[in-house]
Design a protein around this ligand. Structure first.
Ligand code: BTN
Length: 321
């Protein structure tokens, strides 16, 4: 939504439990009441359920997804969500976040998009952003050496697992940072950075979450391996609530990381990992290694006890056995 006036109105309505009068909105925006009414009417046509209460004013009665309604749900955050933007279509929210990071965007900038024409996954794969999914990317500027940046992907997996667990008890992490429900992928994370030796300029963490089964079904190439959150949840999902839960959890875990380092994340990750202490196979191109998942090391590598001794796995595709 381009109009800053409508963003303001939505932000005010979603930040208040009580109705807000048209007079007050008109004063704040230096507009007439008739002009406010016109903006309200446009917002209703876009899907916002704005009720008018006689003599009291306007009230937002649904979880209308927009940058400002989301911002209102993240107002207590220290970093993540200080600047939220919402696009209808982008090539990739990671690319847009990186373009903005290179242009000086503040830490905690979050870019949401409803549709991606060139969504990207890990290992050079394509990411399908299906109908009603969440696709967004965050700009971080951590005081870190570049080799520590993979820790942020693990941190994100922990935050996601914790945020989504309120909708479904069965969400587990699969190394390094996929989120699974009963073995099928519900969410993925793509972390990219701009750095020079010894110094990180910006990190972009992109998250894709499948919220509902698309009307036309899953794209054929992923149908066997993916699932959606709604099919496993007792509650009707709201894109807005779900996005806010993830951003709030990200903000909390990022703060813990900056204050206490990687150790709390490492512990939480290991507890949420689907294959901790179990046998796994890690594929790398046409080869694979099998072993017992023993631990996650400080750099985010998986330590496997194999028949040739302990092996440190830094990349690949993990298969649960
Ligand atoms: C993976 O599991 O392969 C990672 C998927 C990451 C997808 C998200 S959707 C939002 C952001 N923009 C992208 O182009 N990719 C990430």
């Amino acid at each position: 939504m381009k109009s800053t006036t409508r963003q303001h109105i939505l932000g005010r309505l979603s930040g208040s439990l009580n109705p807000i009068s048209g007079d007050l909105l008109a004063q704040e925006l230096n507009l007439s009441r008739a002009a406010i009414w016109k903006h309200i009417d446009i917002l209703r046509k876009l899907g916002a359920d704005i009720q008018a209460h006689n003599g009291l004013g306007y009230q937002l009665c649904n979880d209308f997804f927009s940058a400002s309604t989301l911002q209102a749900k993240c107002h207590q955050n220290i970093r993540i969500g200080k600047n939220i933007q919402h696009f209808e279509t982008l090539d990739s929210s990671n690319r847009e976040a990186m373009r903005q990071a290179e242009g000086g965007a503040i830490e905690g900038t979050v870019i949401f998009t409803d549709c991606q024409t060139a969504g990207r996954g890990r290992l050079g794969r394509t990411w399908h952003t299906v109908q009603n999914a969440l696709a967004f990317s965050m700009v971080l500027r951590p005081p870190l050496a570049p080799e520590k940046v993979p820790q942020l992907s693990l941190l994100t997996a922990v935050a996601l697992q914790q945020a989504l667990c309120q909708y479904c008890d069965h969400i587990r992490i699969k190394w390094p940072n996929d989120l699974l429900i009963h073995g099928a992928k519900v969410s993925g994370i793509l972390t990219e950075m701009r750095a020079e030796p010894g110094l990180v300029h910006a990190v972009v963490v992109g998250i894709g979450i499948n919220l509902t089964l698309p009307d036309q079904g899953w794209p054929k190439d992923i149908a066997q391996t993916v699932t959606d959150l709604q099919s496993h949840s007792k509650y009707a999902l709201s894109r807005l609530q779900c996005a806010a839960a993830v951003l709030n959890a990200m903000d909390r875990w990022y703060q813990i990381y900056l204050e206490q380092g990687f150790s709390p994340i490492q512990q939480a990750w290991w507890q949420a990992h689907a294959a901790s202490g179990q046998n796994v196979r890690v594929h790398h191109g046409s080869t694979y290694i099998e072993g017992l998942a023993e631990a996650l090391d400080d750099d985010g590598a998986l330590l496997l006890a194999t028949q040739h001794g302990l092996q440190r796995i830094i990349s690949g595709e993990l298969e649960l056995l």
